[in-house]
Design a protein around this ligand. Structure first.
Ligand code: G4P
Length: 284
């Protein structure tokens, strides 16, 4: 499969982020909990060096519980603060506030020693498209938020959302670009719906998904598509799902693309179950 990206556009975004990061104490990076590494761009480590770092494993509602724990430990071992989150339902949101204070404890202490009191921690949200940055900012800020901006010491035009006495958040997130080191990263991004389906081969993707589910989540596959032979070839499984769901064209031929779309939709919306597509041990 071929993927395209737009370096010109992204160079501008990167420059903007370099400027914004200078203004904050903490970088809050959202990743997709189903593919915590493939949904990151490692360039953020360079951009965010010398800043406190928090990784939010978002869409935790769609990810495998056991793997969520393993990924949390993975990131903590590497020196990040980490929280699992469902930004849509707001589960885990309270914890974020506490961990932000933990992550910035050193900075708060430094301020205290210099006699600076009550200077809020400043943070910005970053992440690749579609990981839930806007959803997070909206649910975190809630209705009670007051926008601050254009006051002395605030760069003109920057809008900060005051979350509470202790924290201010830059209201626009920094958009990182996905990094396709290899085909498997691109495939995983495509499977979770991060890359527009129009440029992808849906049929091929659905077969890759079936292959993966056969390997790691066989029981979920049988539970969702009753009566299929989970040990059959991926294409045969796709055909069985087609029959089961009536994805048949006039004349009786199997509608592969319709079946592939159905499978991908059910995977993306969590109907097959909570599934994580990559494991920490693949990256150790
Ligand atoms: P972005 O700013 O990083 O680009 O992402 P955005 O907040 O727009 O979220 C992208 C999609 O992911 C949205 O769905 C959003 O509802 C969904 N989302 C965000 N956080 C979570 C989460 O924790 N769990 C789940 N399951 N979904 C989440 P959408 O289909 O584009 O819109 P809609 O379904 O909300 O209408």
């Amino acid at each position: 499969m071929q993927f395209q990206w737009y370096p010109g556009h992204m160079t501008k975004a990167k420059r903007q982020m370099q400027e914004d990061i200078k203004l904050v104490d903490l970088v809050i990076e959202l990743v997709d909990a189903r593919i915590p590494m493939s949904s990151r761009n490692p360039d953020i480590d360079e951009l965010g060096k010398n800043k406190a770092r928090l990784i939010l494993l978002n869409k935790a509602d769609l990810a495998d519980d056991r793997q969520l724990e393993a990924w949390m430990n993975f990131f903590k071992e590497k020196g990040y603060f980490a929280v699992r989150l469902d930004a849509r339902s707001k589960a885990g949101m309270k914890n974020v506030q506490n961990v932000i204070m933990d992550a910035c404890a050193e900075k708060i202490e430094r301020d205290r020693k210099r006699g600076i009191k009550n200077r809020p921690v400043r943070a910005m949200v970053v992440g690749i498209p579609n990981v839930g940055k806007s959803t997070f900012i909206n649910s975190f800020a809630g209705k009670a938020c007051a926008k601050t901006g254009n006051k002395p010491g605030v760069t003109k035009g920057k809008q900060w959302i005051r979350l509470n006495k202790g924290v201010e958040l830059l209201d626009t997130p920094g958009i990182l670009w996905p990094k396709f080191e290899d085909q498997s990263v691109g495939l995983k991004l495509a499977l979770i719906g991060s890359i527009k389906d129009e440029i992808l081969n849906i049929d091929e993707m659905s077969l890759e998904l079936i292959r993966f589910l056969q390997e790691r989540y066989k029981e979920l596959l049988t539970a969702r598509y009753e009566g299929i032979d989970v040990d059959a070839k991926p294409v045969e499984i796709l055909e069985q799902i087609a029959e089961l769901r009536g994805c048949i064209k006039k004349g009786g031929d199997i509608d592969y693309t319709k079946t592939a779309n159905l499978l991908l939709d059910e995977f993306r919306s969590g109907m097959i179950g909570r599934i994580t597509l990559e494991l920490p041990e693949d990256y150790r």
